[in-house]
Ligand binder design. Structure first.
Ligand SMILES: CC(C)(COP(=O)(O)OP(=O)(O)OC[C@H]1O[C@@H](n2cnc3c(N)ncnc32)[C@H](O)[C@@H]1OP(=O)(O)O)[C@@H](O)C(=O)NCCC(=O)NCCSC(=O)/C=C1/CC=CC=CO1
Length: 256
């Protein structure tokens, strides 16, 4: 694997995004590796899955350079959204308790990826932002998770104005379970892992499924709506303008 690493030990599967020098951008090869790693964790009957990332960013989200260089950007984004949805579904459906460990920005698709976890731990440097509408796309991969975790109006603010929320704001909303100084993040994550491993596997798995079903945050129907929407927005000239403008470090000029 080039973009994701997998390690399994004592009931805990550790999945790490390893393209830290590039900010762990989300592209088709990365998502395929991520999906394979999550499937492997289930095959290993992991009790806990820890999803973390190397480098200064958890993830900058969709790889805008890959979008711009794709032969057909719209098709590329459609396929990528489908692949990412499979990862999100696998994480929310896993019997394992999923813990994400976020340092630095979780932007664009990096945000729903981190938020698909059951327990989110953030460094003080963590920020959460969506970015999709900034590049002419619709939010994807987690509208159901966002509304459940942040509430409707905060989700609308983040999605439409592209504000970022800090680790402490995310803690106050309940999205994040713990905030730790960057140097203490791993210790805090290990404490959570030990706490889960000391609990009853069957009771925890059933409880996770029940809570997610009650919250309707096993988000398949929302993911289906998102996939349909991105099929349209990714083909809109505004998406090409938004992606091109980000890469050229200029303000986008969307059609009015
Ligand atoms: C908030 C940021 C993530 C970080 O800001 P900052 O710390 O100031 O760092 P920057 O200087 O802006 O960025 C560092 C370098 O990384 C490059 N970069 C940043 N984001 C991306 C990206 N998404 N793709 C490719 N490259 C990226 C940036 O150009 C810098 O490069 P240089 O050093 O060479 O100049 C901030 O960077 C930011 O807001 N980034 C954009 C976030 C974003 O809009 N992400 C995409 C959203 S759309 C999306 O995720 C959509 C999908 C679609 C469906 C399925 C799956 C995936 O994605």
């Amino acid at each position: 694997m080039s973009f994701v690493s997998y390690r399994f030990e004592s009931g805990c599967a550790r999945i790490t995004l390893t393209d830290g020098d590039r900010g762990n951008p989300v592209h088709s090869d990365m998502v395929e590796e991520l999906f394979a790693a999550v499937r492997r964790a289930s095959a290993d009957s992991a009790r806990v899955i820890v999803l973390s990332a190397q480098g200064r960013f958890f993830s900058v989200g969709g790889d805008l350079a890959a979008f711009a260089s794709a032969a057909d950007m719209s098709n590329y984004i459609d396929d990528l959204a489908d692949s990412l949805h499979r990862v999100v579904s696998e994480l929310v459906r896993a019997d394992a308790v999923v813990v994400s460990v976020v340092q630095g920005p979780a932007a664009g698709a990096g945000f729903p990826l981190a938020a698909a976890a059951d327990i989110i731990i953030a460094a003080q440097t963590a920020t959460f932002s969506l970015g999709y509408t900034k590049v002419g796309l619709n939010v994807d991969g987690g509208t159901s998770l966002l509304v459940h975790s942040l509430g409707l109006h905060r989700s609308l603010r983040l999605a439409l104005l592209n504000d970022a929320i800090s680790a402490n704001e995310a803690l106050a909303t309940g999205l994040v379970a713990r905030v730790a100084p960057d140097g203490d993040l791993d210790r805090v994550a290990e404490k959570i892992v030990d706490q889960v491993l000391a609990g009853p596997a069957g009771g925890q798995a059933a409880t996770k499924q029940l809570l997610r079903a009650t919250a309707d945050a096993a988000p398949e129907s929302a993911l289906r709506r998102e996939a349909l929407a991105i099929r349209t927005t990714a083909g809109d000239p505004d998406a090409r303008e938004g992606v091109g403008a980000f890469l050229a470090k200029r303000r986008p000029e969307f059609a009015r």
